[in-house]
Design a protein around this ligand. Structure first.
Ligand code: FAD
Length: 487
């Protein structure tokens, strides 16, 4: 029995059903996908959260363990470029797996930087492969599998003791290049100034493995996995929020739905955000209070716009990086707010997939990283939303989209509170929710099997290995291996 039909829940369901389990999935919302959901309105199609198909090797590995070929089941289009980065002084940098293109651009910004970027990328990609083998792509059954004398050199190799930004300064001097090669930390909801250099593996994996876009958007991944799970016999129940998990001694006995229906099972898997499950569904207050003291990822305000005009100035993926990078990040992570001139990301999928918008119209999704909900701070989310929207429009105007505000037919906005409400994400910390510092990774991350209730397992971004669809797919594979082996 699985609580939640996000990527983690659906994939775990498919694994278990293929291995002979009778699986039922209860989802609070009317549709699957969670943070990888979709909105369709007036012919405009929006990916609600995830928009980038990163680390295709992990998709391949997990899909193949399910007995499916991602290349066959998803219509994957390789993108020529990863994303275009726009700086405040008007300079741009197109991040591309094409080395000639990268060389031309980097050398103009900082002579000699191309060679150093190659070294940064190859070192980062080695860290990615090593961490996949030793840390991210495996289960941990006890502390000593991570903390032992043999692993000390590993931790140095994985650069867990040096902050990402400081490490990047060994390779780049130009502040724009430093931003361009470190901002990707935001994908896991953290600042490059106080997260380990291990995360240089993210831009490295992007530049090494390239970028793809599934026809139909990222929701095509949800649909493909859902079809596979249903084909293997999984039953999905939507509009079925779980309100309580009932325990008996050291075991979970049943769950209760908001209709008061009680569901019994031998094994329970929670895909819903792990701290939320401990806090709202399980009885132990102390365990929940411990989780509350952990560090949480940042949140995001997203604007989805249906436009009656298309703007050729934008590429498929666009990243606007503002000067005052550190101050902007401090506003998010220290002040739990957002900068007056925030960095942001624009998804404009109709360039690669015309079905995302009506002809000559455009579908844009804007994501701005902001602080998570924190009662210790005075956070007026309405005011923050209005301020952020104005700053985004101002920056887009500077980029030549002068009349954009007049062409927005409709807008859908998600603030941290909306994320919390829609998917039960603690504090609206959508990139985790639990943060990814070294003391909250691998064995130290909340475990994918409950320490006391041994028939309760966890899958998804807030357990091992972490957030982002590739990690969540791995989390489903790892927890399924755990259930199948009984460990
Ligand atoms: C703005 C944004 C941009 C992102 N961009 C990317 C990207 O480009 N690439 C990428 O790889 N990743 C990206 N991500 C991250 C990615 O979307 C998530 O890591 C992933 O979707 C999380 O999946 P999950 O299964 O862990 O959790 P969720 O998607 O949160 O699924 C959990 C499910 O449980 C359900 N649930 C909760 N409580 C209950 C209950 N009581 N009863 C029943 N059901 C319940 C929820 O409704 C939800 O459907 C992004 C996320 C956001 C928010």
């Amino acid at each position: 029995m699985i609580i939640g039909a996000g990527i983690g829940g659906i994939t775990t369901a498919a694994f278990l059903a293929k291995n002979g389990y009778r699986v039922r999935v209860y989802e609070k919302n009317p549709a699957p996908g969670g943070r990888c959901g979709q909105i369709n309105r007036e012919g405009h199609r929006f990916d609600v959260g995830a928009t980038m198909f990163m680390m295709p090797g992990i998709y391949r590995e997990v899909f193949r363990s399910l007995g499916i070929d991602p290349e066959k089941i998803l219509s994957l289009k390789p993108l020529d470029d990863l994303y275009k980065i726009y700086f405040d002084n008007g300079d741009t940098l197109t991040f591309s797996a094409d080395k000639i293109k990268m060389k031309e651009q980097l050398e103009k910004i900082e002579p000699g930087s191309f060679k150093r970027s190659q070294s940064y990328v190859s070192k980062g990609y080695k860290m990615f492969l090593l961490s996949m083998e030793k840390m991210i792509g495996r289960n941990f059954y006890n502390l000593f599998q991570l903390v032992n004398l043999k692993n000390i050199p590993l931790l140095f190799k994985l650069k867990v003791f040096i902050p990402h930004y400081k490490y990047a300064r060994r390779f780049f001097k130009n502040p724009h290049l430093l931003m361009a090669f470190t901002f990707q930390n935001i994908y896991v909801g953290q600042s490059p100034f106080n997260s380990p250099a291990l995360f240089s593996m993210v831009p490295a994996a992007e530049l090494t493995e390239g970028s793809f876009f599934p026809a139909g958007g990222m929701y095509a991944v949800v649909e493909a996995l859902l079809a596979e799970a249903e084909k293997s016999g999984v039953s999905f129940y939507f509009d079925s929020p779980v309100t309580r998990i009932c325990v008996n001694g050291n075991r979970i006995e049943k769950i209760v739905l908001n209709s008061n229906e009680e569901i019994t099972a031998d094994i329970f898997v929670a895909n819903a955000d792990l701290p939320y499950v401990y806090r709202e569904l399980l009885p132990d207050r102390r365990a929940s209070a411990r989780l509350d003291r952990l560090s949480y990822s940042c949140s995001a305000i997203c604007f989805h716009w249906g436009l009656d005009k298309r703007y050729p100035q934008l590429e498929h993926h666009n990243v606007f990086l503002s000067d005052g990078f550190r101050t902007g990040l401090d506003r998010i992570f220290r002040e739990k707010s957002v900068s007056d001139t925030p960095s942001f990301y624009v998804h404009a999928p109709a360039r690669s997939d015309p079905s995302a918008a009506p002809l000559k119209n455009d579908t844009l999704s804007i994501a701005v990283a902001v602080g998570h909900i924190d009662k210790k701070f005075r956070q007026d989310w309405d005011a923050i939303r209005i301020k952020t929207r104005a700053a985004v429009i101002k920056r887009l105007r500077q980029q030549g989209l002068d009349d954009i505000e007049n062409h927005i037919k409709f807008e859908i906005c998600h603030t941290p509170g909306d994320w919390e409400l829609a998917c039960n994400i603690s504090r609206g910390s959508v990139f985790g929710s639990i943060g990814h510092n070294i003391f909250q990774m691998a064995w130290f991350r909340p475990h994918n099997r409950h320490d006391r209730y041994h028939n309760l397992y966890f899958t998804g971004g807030s357990t091992h290995p972490g957030n982002g669809i590739p990690n969540v797919l791995l989390s489903a594979k790892l927890v399924s291996e755990r259930i199948l082996s009984g460990r």
